[in-house]
Design a protein around this ligand. Structure first.
Ligand code: CP
Length: 321
């Protein structure tokens, strides 16, 4: 169950509990051994990663470039203005050509189907660096952060407040499998994808966790250990900004809302953040784990890429989940 060799990493949907935990264990191992003990670990020596970005990025780009370098590998950052991506060369042909040069392709795309095309035609693993449907790398960083903070994942109540977007979908594909209960509050018309709700319900039933949907942020946050939100206007939705700001009224995570949360509540946000969705009081509070969460994007993407192309195994004791 731990082998990712020659596979793709497009979503958490097909990853089981053991695989998710194993990736988190590798990430924790790399963080401890490299950051704390200053060890040199270079499983990616001689290996290259193509990083295709159709959209802007700070965290995904920098965490991957620096993480791959730290493990001895090399990355190439490619935007639509650098290569023939879908313009004078089809995506499928680009995938075939890049497969002759690199060991992994990481891609941030506008449309998830483009990732599927890359994965279908590449002979090397393809990693989702964000699509309109999923952002699996973010969820691994979130779980690592929660594991570090609470010392466990199992039994945490996580409230999602905001848009039913790619982060929500990825949480839904992974949280129930590691024992995290989900309470998802979205305005009407912004609910998560119906098919993914069905899959999430099946994962929850299999793992004895709960998933609830509401349009009331207070209901979702009642007793929550973890409150998570994201921008109300994602990249590419700028023309809908005015409507969205109106539709999300009452969804800001602020001092009033967190009053109903559990005493040990924490706050997560994938970033970048706007003040609409979370007040300064919450975002910069001691309950906010956002900087640790951002840093963990690096250790988790390192774990994913190393697991895809090497047989790297963790050395630290397995965490108590
Ligand atoms: N959270 C996240 O994916 O950040 P970037 O858009 O900066 O990569």
């Amino acid at each position: 169950p731990y082998s990712f060799v020659d596979e793709t990493f497009l979503s958490m949907k097909g990853r089981n509990e053991l695989e998710i935990k194993h990736l988190l264990w590798i990430a924790a191992d790399l963080k401890e051994r490299i950051k704390k003990w200053n060890e040199t670990i270079r499983p990616l020596e001689g290996k290259s990663v193509a990083m295709i970005f159709q959209k802007r990025s700070t965290r995904t780009r920098v965490s991957t470039e620096t993480g791959v370098a730290l493990l001895g590998g090399h990355s190439v950052f490619l935007t639509e203005s650098d290569i023939h991506l879908g313009v004078s060369e089809s995506l499928a042909d680009t995938a075939r050509v890049l497969s002759g040069f690199v060991d992994v392709i990481l891609a941030r795309v506008n449309v998830h189907d483009d990732l599927k095309t890359l994965a279908k035609n590449a002979s090397v693993p393809v990693v989702n660096g964000l699509s309109d449907i999923f952002h699996p790398l973010q969820i691994l960083a979130d779980f690592l952060t929660l594991q570090e903070h609470y010392g466990y994942l199992h039994g945490l109540n996580l409230a999602w407040v905001g848009d039913g977007n790619n982060i929500t979908h990825s949480l839904m594909m992974a949280a129930p499998k590691v024992g995290i209960n989900l309470n998802i509050a979205t305005p009407k018309g912004y609910e998560p994808h119906t098919d993914l709700r069905k899959a999430c319900a099946e994962f929850a039933e299999e793992h004895g966790t709960s998933v609830n949907y509401t349009s009331d942020p207070r209901e979702a946050c009642a007793g929550a250990n973890v409150i998570v939100t994201d921008t109300w206007v994602s990249m590419g939705q700028e023309t809908e900004a005015q409507k969205r700001l109106k539709d999300f009224k009452g969804y800001q995570v602020n001092d009033e809302l967190v009053k109903v949360a559990a005493d040990n509540w924490t706050f997560l946000h994938c970033l970048p953040r706007k003040p609409y969705e979370v007040s300064d009081e919450v975002f910069y509070s001691d309950h906010s784990l956002v900087w640790q969460e951002a840093e963990n994007r690096k250790w988790t993407v390192m774990a994913v890429i190393a697991s895809l192309v090497t047989d790297l195994e963790p050395e630290i004791p397995v965490p108590k989940w």
